[in-house]
Structures are given as C-alpha cells and as structure tokens.
Design a protein around this ligand. Structure first.
Ligand code: GSH
Length: 206
C-alpha cells in the first residue's frame, strides 16, 4: 500500500499517528507537495479522485481518501491496539466523539490557521481574517465542553486512547503553527493534550 502524505498537513498526520500506534510499517509513504499544487495535477486527481491528502492506495490500485476512513480501514487490517471500539456501543460512542471533535474542533482550528498564516495563503483563493476569528471562537466554545468532559475522563471517548484523541490532538497541535495556545483556564484540556503529545506515536513523521 502507498500513503499519499504531505509532511506538515494535519489530516495525513492523523494516519501517520494511527500507523505508529499500531506499529504499521509496510506502507510506502509518498510525499505530495501541496504548497506547489502537486495534489491538483491531472495525474494525482485521476488517481485519487479529489485534490486532497491523505489518500491510501491499495495494492489493487483503489484509492481511499478521508483520513478517518483510511484509519478505519487500517484498524480492520491491524486490530490492535483498538482505536475504534470493541462492541457496537463503544464504536458508536467513539464515532460520536470523533465527529464532534472533527466538526467543532479540528475543522474550525484548521480554518483559523489557513486564514491566518501568511504561508497558507497559497491554499486559499482569498484569506479572510474574520473567518479566522469566527472559527477560533467556535473551536474555543467546544474546547470548554471538552475541558468539562476531561475533568471526569482521562481520554475523550473511552477509557483508553482512541481515534477521537488523534483527531483532536492533531487539530490542536496544528494551531501551534500560528503560535496559538488554548485558553489557560482549560486545565483538563491541557493535561489531556500533554498526555497525547507525550505518546511516542505523536512524533510519527513530524
Ligand atoms: N476531510 C479530509 C480533509 C482532507 C484535506 O483537506 N486535506 C488537506 C491537507 S490537511 C489538503 O489536502 N489540502 C489541500 C488544499 O486545500 O488545497 C480528510 O480528513 O482527509
């Protein structure tokens, strides 16, 4: 299998992190330079279907994009350690949190960064500072919810590290590009974030 990756981009990092948690080493990593538009070439779009990274190309040539779908596929091939849930209830709860964390935290943070960092202007038709502010405020609203939840829970979605933690930690870490730090009073969030960042797999390909 081949992973179309882009070194600094957050969504491919989710996949690299999951691969490292599971000790997956038999995937060839191919760097795609999104800053120069390599993901928009005819060849890449024909192969992958969308101008996005990551994408996982299977040995039969099929390409799976969407980082969480790729991670779920890898979980089916390499079930341990379990990141997506053991039984229907746990799977649904982990998916619930993963979607919340993607919609209300990771995506707004990504938009905040993309509309603030001068170097990322290359990825936007136009950078809109108000959009950056709006998305930061939206992400911080959900950070408060997460902080309250993490007062009672070590990890976000289960009694162990899961895909919901990967999505959230990668999102928050991406904001370091613009030197963003979550509000200091969110101490439970800070404790959880440091625990995630301390995991050996957090350094995969970073
Ligand atoms: N929901 C998709 C998002 C993919 C995505 O937006 N990837 C970014 C890099 S993190 C990208 O390819 N950006 C290229 C662009 O915006 O032109 C996923 O989770 O894989």
């Amino acid at each position: 299998m081949k992973l179309y990756d882009s070194h600094r981009a957050p969504n491919p990092r989710r996949v690299r992190w999951v691969m490292a948690e599971k000790g997956i080493e038999d995937v060839e990593i191919i760097q795609v330079d999104i800053m120069s538009g390599e993901h928009k070439t005819r060849e890449y779009r024909d192969r992958v279907g969308v101008p996005h990274v990551p994408s996982l190309e299977l040995d039969d040539g099929a390409c799976i994009s969407e980082s969480v779908a790729i991670c779920r596929y890898l979980e089916a091939l390499y079930p341990e350690p379990n990141l997506f849930g053991h039984d229907p209830k746990e799977q649904a709860i982990i998916e619930m949190w993963t979607r919340r964390c993607e919609f209300y935290l990771a995506n707004p943070i990504m938009l905040n960064v993309r509309h603030s960092h001068p170097a990322l202007a290359a990825l936007e038709a136009v950078q809109v500072p108000q959009l950056a502010d709006y998305n930061r405020v939206a992400a911080e609203r959900f950070m408060k919810t997460l902080d309250r939840h993490l007062a009672e829970h070590e990890f976000i979605a289960a009694d162990r590290f899961t895909i919901a933690d990967v999505v959230s930690a990668v999102g928050l870490d991406f904001a370091r590009l613009i030197k963003y730090r979550p509000p200091e009073d969110l101490t439970n969030l800070a404790r959880w974030f440091e625990a995630c960042r301390a995991r050996p797999a957090a350094k995969a390909g970073v």
